[in-house]
Write a protein that binds this ligand. Structure first.
Ligand code: AMP
Length: 172
């Protein structure tokens, strides 16, 4: 399935989860195995030639895509979660939002200085979440090889916040 056909499956939900946000609902892709497989094929191609040790997935829709990719690539899956969700000792990274701040966490023994990771999430919007995850992986000692996104929202210019190279399957 072409990116354009997969794109046509994504549903815009206005004012969700709050007013002013147009939420990109990817569940129709998850419900369509041919579309879902096309997304995975794209991600697999993006990893060609890279020496990757871990897939690092961002809560929560990043978990779905990351888990699928990790199994297909037979790579370990590492979770980056909101505070208080990971059960063992964590490293955390806090970052500023338009109003207030947010924190992400990773298990402190999840990565080592030998590791070269690929970060995955569903949407690249302002880039704050992805940038924070890059910082978290570096804090944990690992090198970020690449970031992967299903959707990139071009006008929010999130790409400018990223340090490692990235690929997005669909752009709006
Ligand atoms: P940001 O930090 O602004 O790049 O936001 C990225 C994170 O927020 C991702 O984990 C997305 O799941 C979520 N997100 C941001 N904007 C949207 C949107 N319009 N539709 C769906 N998810 C979004």
């Amino acid at each position: 399935m072409t990116p354009e056909t997969v794109k046509s499956l994504i549903k815009d939900v206005k004012d969700f989860p709050q007013e002013g946000i147009v939420f990109k609902d990817i569940t129709p892709i998850l419900e369509n195995p041919v579309a879902y497989r096309s997304v995975m094929n794209f991600f697999i191609n993006c990893l060609e030639g890279l020496k990757v040790t871990h897939i690092v997935a961002i809560e929560s829709r990043g978990f779905i895509l990351g888990a699928s990719l990790a199994v297909l690539k037979e790579l370990p899956l590492t979770l980056v979660r909101k505070p208080g969700k990971l059960p063992r000792k964590t490293i955390s990274y806090s970052y500023d939002l338009e109003y207030g701040s947010d924190t992400l966490e990773i298990h402190s023994d999840a990565l080592t200085s030998e590791d070269r990771v690929v970060i995955i999430d569903d949407v690249l919007a302002t880039g704050g979440t992805a940038h924070a995850t890059e910082e978290l992986c570096r804090k944990a000692g690992a090198q970020v090889e690449k970031l992967l996104f299903l959707i990139e929202l071009n006008e929010l210019k999130g790409a400018s916040k990223l340090q490692a190279p990235y690929n997005s399957f669909i752009q709006f």
